[in-house]
Write a protein that binds this ligand. Structure first.
Ligand code: ANZ
Ligand code: ZN
Length: 873
């Protein structure tokens, strides 16, 4: 054993052992309990960033811990390999996206290996490879035949100069990112997954996921957005509209119907079109709304604007004529694209009515006691719909609570055929067509006589040609007759292959299942293997995937279930969303007012005695820089730290220990050089103690009943550490406090003299314990230490240590003694001493006698195991 800890050598040795022994390869072995631990797979962007390292270390620690619990642990890894960055890089460097992607994968795989992750690489999945996407295409054709996938027109961003469709992120301030041209909206045919058909189940089965963070479930619930309400029809006013018909609205507040003073429609609504035919001056506003193409979130906050039309509709209960407005806050894609405006009780309508001088009518009031309305405070009752409010100014409906008003108004509307209860979801069907090259081809053939024909299973996969360099002007596939020319599978006539590819969220929606059987060639999933491994026991990834990825993956799991491929209902039993990795930012303000950001690695910080940062200077010129506060590591603030530099300088174990010690996994982690150095120092201490112990020769096993009192204390520290770490890691994923427990133990062990057999036995037990407790976190050094401590087999095959309850028993306890709440001394009592004995011992303490001299003892408070407080005056 080297005297010094040499991480590079230690890590190479451990990794060599794992490789040679295929240590992490698993199969569906009977008998053992399975544990499937999954970290979200990376996009192969080029190199790992700190967020990846954190994510994969957390997953690895959990995996290794469960392996030590005797479970059959699967930890797979793969590549989310399709996507736009590859196309952009391809254009920049004139290499094919495939070559760029495969190079990145090779490099990042070597990085993952250098971290020492316990991955079963025999299950590697790469989504851009035909053996993977073939099954995605197969499922697509099945779902298309079932009607779960369908084709309809969708709106895209069209760049008229580049003649190409742009993704949302390629549109910057309304212009194309390359051409700078003003972007137009275009309707083109696209394929949609009917996720709305699963809305109810996706919502209700969130209740079956107690292992998910509440916050994520709430985000999903809001995204699915179930609203119970009513569909209400407003008959056209024949005189102004000139045709018969009804304008429908969806409302969650039919109880406010008597307060509707106008109606508003979206710019794309039929009535808007009709109004503009009558009055062309309206067209400008309609065009402005359509051009906006604003995200839904912005719609809620943007300034409300509208124009009046000369059209009217009739109130369904009173027949009163309500003016029709065109308003920018009404979405064409929600409900019916029209609203009944109740400015008295809806904030958006209120803002609009105030601006355009439209009447506002109060029809809801707060009720205090039985019937004590408070008409002045009504604006506070926006959104309130329960029994704390009553209808007012509503004629025959006056005095009703929310539900009673809903029912009474609903019944009258139903009798007239003008209303019915309805549930509305915010969730939309998922449009997956992308006019991009580097994605999974959509397996459809367009035939002039047969229409859209799915590619037959035996002709799959539709292989994406890999040697293509896109030029940024439209999809390359659409310019490759050798790709799109084909014959119709039904009639044999010449036909055209679809050239759109799928949204890359499709690949990441089922990779977790393919890991169960990555080489299976007879179907998408090998049912036996998939049912064995799934659901994933622990899924780990960033909170940024809380909505889309996790919702799509849940959806796909249900699609695969309904296809008979798998039996479970949900893919991820437990979810851990890791916090961000943040770092200090440094900058100087340039003469033009913009900021020049400096990387933390290039900055020297000054600290005061309490280690608080008081100043910072650039290393190159020694001049001060401003401190911009801690922020998520990002390119824009230049505060990213390259994990590779840290691994190269300190080794993977130090890096892993720092990451796990700096904060619990769900909190943000602040980068700190001194933290890394601290981690490195700690590992060197462990090594040094082990080295000293091992070089002193043989150590016998501990015999609890021969230990002296002092030795019992040492052994107690060992087992307290086991107890603490087991709780922290096993139950709460609090690796930081588990590490702290090991550090406390190290402080004890370092003080043990290597002088007699009893001490040496304790040191042996202590060092074995340190090694086992750290094994999931710093696996390389523990692999070597285990061997050096003379243990048979590898530490990865060892069991997590067990607490010896006998070692925790304390023969004597030290209690604090207080007089009137002030510390006056300590007493030593037998652990099993009675309350009376403890009290008597405290009263006899000489300090207590001194401080109670001349006083009367009024009360003695005993907190067992802790303290005695004597109240005297
Ligand atoms: C009258 C009313 C009175 C409304 C009131 C609210 C409060 P959620 O809960 O999100 O489903 N709405 C309906 N369709 C719309 C559209 N296409 N664009 C914009 N807003 C629309 O929201 C339902 C409410 O959103 C509906 O209930 C409707 O306004 C509005 F005191 O109708 B309400
Ligand atoms: Zn045909």
């Amino acid at each position: 054993m080297h005297e010094q800890y040499q991480p590079l050598e230690v890590e190479a040795q451990a990794q060599k052992y794992w490789n040679e022994h295929h240590s992490f390869r698993v199969d569906e072995a009977d008998g053992k309990e399975k544990f499937y631990c999954l970290s979200m797979f990376p996009y192969p962007s080029g190199k790992l960033h700190m967020g990846h390292v954190r994510n994969y270390t957390i997953g690895d620690v959990i995996s290794r811990y469960h392996r030590m619990q005797g479970k059959n642990v699967l930890q797979p890894m793969g590549w989310d390999a399709f996507g736009m960055p590859a196309e952009n890089a391809a254009m920049k460097n004139n290499v094919a996206p495939a070559a760029w992607t495969y190079d990145n994968i090779a490099y990042m795989k070597s990085q993952l290996n250098s971290l020492g992750l316990a991955i079963d690489w025999s299950r590697e999945v790469t989504t851009c490879k035909p053996d993977y996407y073939r099954w995605e295409q197969w499922l697509f054709t099945r779902l298309f035949e079932k009607g779960v996938i369908y084709r309809k027109n969708g709106t895209v961003n069209w760049d008229p100069v580049d003649q190409t469709v742009l993704a949302n992120e390629q549109v910057i301030d309304g212009r194309g990112w390359r051409s700078g041209a003003l972007i137009e909206k275009r309707e083109i045919p696209m394929y949609y997954f009917k996720i709305t058909a699963y809305a109810e189940e996706l919502l209700s089965s969130l209740d079956d996921l107690p292992g998910w963070p509440e916050q994520v479930k709430t985000m999903q619930r809001n995204w699915i957005g179930k609203s119970r309400g009513m569909e209400i029809a407003f008959p056209y006013d024949q005189a102004s509209i000139g045709e018969a018909g009804q304008m429908k609205v969806f409302t969650t507040r039919p109880d406010t119907l008597m307060g509707a003073t106008y109606v508003a429609v979206a710019a794309e609504h039929h009535l808007a079109t009709l109004a503009a035919q009558r009055d062309p001056s309206l067209q400008a506003f309609i065009d402005e709304c359509k051009r906006g193409g604003v995200a839904e979130a912005d719609l809620a906050t943007q300034e409300k604007k509208g124009v009046a039309t000369s059209l009217f509709v009739e109130h369904p209960l009173t027949g009163a004529k309500l003016p029709v407005w065109i308003a920018n806050y009404v979405l064409m894609t929600y409900g019916e694209g029209a609203v009944m405006a109740v400015p008295g009780h809806d904030e958006r309508d209120f803002e609009f009515a105030n601006k355009y001088q439209l009447p506002i009518r109060q029809v809801i009031a707060k009720v205090e006691g039985d019937n004590d309305f408070e008409p002045t405070a009504w604006k506070e009752w926006y959104g309130v719909k329960d029994e704390s409010v009553r209808t007012v100014n509503s004629g025959k409906y006056d005095g009703l609570g929310y539900q009673a008003a809903f029912d009474a108004i609903g019944a009258d509307l139903a009798a007239k055929g003008l209303g019915q209860a309805r549930t509305q979801f915010r969730l939309r069907d998922w449009g997956i067509s992308r006019q991009r090259y580097w994605g999974c081809p959509i397996p459809i053939i367009h035939c002039a006589s047969c229409g859209d024909v799915p590619v037959p299973a035996e002709q799959l996969p539709v292989v994406l040609p890999e040697n293509v360099v896109p030029d940024g002007a439209g999809s390359p596939l659409a310019k490759m007759p050798e790709f799109y020319e084909c014959s119709c599978p039904k009639c044999g006539q010449p036909a055209k292959r679809e050239t759109d590819t799928m949204d890359t969220f499709v690949e990441s929606s089922w990779y977790f299942a393919r890991y169960a059987c990555p080489q299976f060639e007879d179907g998408m999933l090998d049912k036996k293997a998939a049912n064995y491994w799934l659901p994933v026991d622990q899924y780990i990834g960033g909170i940024e995937h809380a909505i889309l990825h996790l919702l799509y993956a849940r959806f796909f799991h249900k699609l695969m279930r309904d296809e008979g491929l798998i039996d479970s209902d949900e893919p991820f039993k437990n979810l851990l969303t890791q916090g961000m990795v943040v770092a200090e930012t440094y900058y100087r303000t340039l003469p033009n007012g913009s900021k020049d950001w400096f990387n933390p690695a290039d900055v020297e910080v000054e600290r005061d005695a309490k280690a608080k940062v008081i100043g910072a200077r650039l290393k190159t010129d020694g001049l001060p820089v401003e401190i911009g506060g801690t922020e998520k590591m990002s390119k824009s603030k230049n505060n990213g730290v390259d994990p590779q530099a840290m691994i190269d300088a300190y080794g993977a174990d130090t890096c892993r220990l720092f990451m796990m010690f700096a904060s619990p996994p769900d909190m943000s982690l602040e980068w700190s050089d001194s933290g890394v150095e601290g981690a490195s120092r700690f590992l060197r201490r462990v090594w040094r103690l082990a080295q000293a112990h091992v070089s002193a020769g043989f150590a016998a096993a501990v015999a609890q009943d021969t230990l002296t009192d002092a030795q019992k204390e040492i052994r107690r520290a060992i087992h307290l550490a086991i107890k603490q770490a087991s709780q922290d890691v096993g139950q709460n994923h609090k690796f930081n406090t588990a590490i702290a427990a090991v550090m406390t133990l190290m402080n004890v062990l370092e003080k043990v003299a290597q002088d007699d057999a009893g001490n040496r036995a304790l040191l042996q037990e202590g060092l074995e314990t340190v090694t086992l407790l750290l094994a999931p976190i710093t696996p390389h050094i523990c692999h070597v230490l285990w061997h050096e401590l003379g243990k048979e087999g590898a530490v990865i095959d060892a069991s997590w240590p067990q607490v010896d309850e006998a070692a925790l028993v304390q023969d004597t306890l030290q209690l604090v003694v207080q007089v009137n709440g002030k510390l006056r001394g300590h007493i030593e009592v037998p652990a099993e001493a009675s309350r009376e004995d403890v009290e008597a011992c405290a009263r006899a303490n000489e300090n207590v006698l001194r401080f109670t001299d001349g006083l009367t003892i009024r009360k003695v408070i005993v907190v067992p195991g802790k303290l005695v407080n004597i109240v005297a005056n």
